[in-house]
Design a protein around this ligand. Structure first.
Ligand SMILES: *[C@@H]1O[C@H](CO)[C@@H](O)[C@H](O)[C@H]1NC(C)=O
Ligand SMILES: *[C@@H]1O[C@H](CO)[C@@H](O)[C@H](O)[C@H]1NC(C)=O
Ligand SMILES: *[C@@H]1O[C@H](CO)[C@@H](O)[C@H](O)[C@H]1NC(C)=O
Length: 412
């Protein structure tokens, strides 16, 4: 290579590598260099996916799903755990049964995250699989005494709301009605989920607390891990004062709109970012008090930034009933007083932080027993940061341990 070429080439390579290897991150994150590496991997896979789209290999969603499938390791049976694939009322489920459980064991019904669009029950790094692996990572040295069911609910955009919600309700009702057939004590069942899965867990808990479901055994608890619980206000501090530049609010809206059956065009995203996805009637309705900064602890409140209005009245009209549907967004429920006790985990550096902080406050006001854990030094998705043989992500393990203690406290 000639000198001139080298002089031009090397800085370009360095700049490109710098972009991929370095993402600006807030101070004080635990295991920051690891997060840096995760984000580098994310950027590189996003680049490959967008190249694949340009080359005509499929849509971005298809390719991202294929990539995830490729990097997924399905859990297998071992001396401690039996993993069973089956279906409950037609919904694919992976059941993790510790070999030591008694014939009537408590259970967790788990819903995976992935923006209602990605991943599945057996995803490599999710909660279920990690509980399954945890003795290998030698932190929680006994297997949990409960059975975990993890469902592959239908995903958007092919199946918008209420498909995923309906599947999760159907699957949970199946566990409550037929648990004895696979060793579950139906009086000792809780729901849990992370991110979109936490949204589904809260929605299922809400649905099952309705009067018409009163003949089913009551859920013992809901475990809600950094979850999106509203699509009302995209100017909340956690959305507008978010230091994780790789995941701006537009990313969340790219999941929310397809979940609601809408296309996330740049224009539609801009409408949402300026909160004009709400009709004027909604903006004046009683729902304004369900999502409001006064529900946040004072240290989290911020003046909303000025964002230029982008209007699309057709979109706002189409979203009008969905935005306030509490089974899509549990913070829109008027009455939370029949819900089971909750463990709510929030992360400081997370778009959905304020959703869950408000949920904590609203549950407490409704008289629900809430255990709230706020993690100041982690980012959204840490449940996806799987512990593996050469790496342990501390926050993840700490949370598994918390959840185990919590679940055991609420089982009878
Ligand atoms: C099964 O559990 C025991 C005791 O916790 C542990 O020592 C062993 O490594 C586990 N086996 C596997 C395959 O994880
Ligand atoms: C469960 O299904 C997955 C595919 O969805 C497969 O990879 C895995 O081996 C199955 N596990 C068992 C124990 O049959
Ligand atoms: C407004 O949103 C709807 C629904 O997404 C879309 O079909 C329409 O093209 C948008 N209108 C304008 C003017 O962009």
């Amino acid at each position: 290579m000639g000198t001139l070429a080298r002089v031009l080439f090397i800085p370009v390579i360095c700049a490109v590598m710098g972009y991929y290897l370095y993402t600006p991150l807030p101070d004080g994150l635990r295991q920051k260099s690891r997060i840096q590496l995760f984000y580098a991997k994310h950027k590189i896979s996003s680049l490959l996916i967008s190249m694949g789209v340009k080359l005509g290999f499929g849509s971005g969603i298809e390719l991202a799903r294929r990539y995830q499938h490729y990097t997924m390791v399905s859990p297998l049976n071992d001396e401690n755990i039996t993993v069973t694939n089956t279906t409950f009322s037609g919904i694919p489920v992976m059941i993790f049964t510790p070999n030591t459980v008694s014939s009537k064991s408590p259970a967790i019904v788990y819903f995976h995250g992935g923006g209602w669009m990605f991943l599945s029950s057996g995803t490599k790094s999710h909660f279920t699989n990690n509980l399954y692996r945890k003795s290998q990572i030698n932190v929680l040295n006994t297997y949990s005494p409960y059975i975990i069911t993890s469902f592959s609910y239908r995903l958007s955009p092919e199946h918008p709301f209420p498909a995923a919600f309906d599947d999760c309700v159907t699957a949970t009702v199946h566990v409550l009605q037929n648990g004895h057939k696979f060793g579950v004590d139906s009086d000792n069942v809780g729901v849990a989920g992370d991110s979109a899965g936490g949204n589904l867990a809260a929605a299922v808990a809400l649905r099952l607390s309705d009067e018409k479901e009163s003949r089913l055994p009551k859920l013992r608890f809901q475990i809600i891990i950094y979850s999106v619980l509203q699509a009302w206000d995209f100017k909340l501090p956690s959305y507008t004062h978010n230091e994780i530049t790789l995941f701006p609010s537009s990313v969340m809206i790219k999941f929310i709109l397809p979940y609601l059956g809408e296309v996330a065009t740049d224009e539609n995203i801009a409408v949402c970012l300026s909160n004009n996805h709400l009709t004027p009637a909604l903006k004046k309705s009683k729902f304004t008090k369900f999502v409001d900064q006064s529900l946040l602890p004072p240290q989290f409140r911020r003046t909303p930034p000025k964002i230029d209005d982008v209007l699309n009245t057709t979109l706002a009209k189409r979203l009008e009933t969905l935005i306030i549907n509490p089974y899509a967004f549990p913070l829109m429920a008027k009455d939370l007083s029949r819900l089971p006790p909750a463990f709510v985990l929030t992360c400081q550096h997370d778009l959905t932080r304020d959703d869950a902080l408000m949920y904590v406050e609203r549950l407490r006001k409704a008289g629900i027993d809430v255990q709230h854990k706020h993690v100041t030094d982690a980012v959204h998705d840490f449940f996806l940061r799987a512990p593996n043989n050469d790496f342990t992500y501390d926050v993840h393990l700490e949370t598994l341990s918390d959840l185990k203690v919590y679940a055991n406290k609420y089982y009878k």
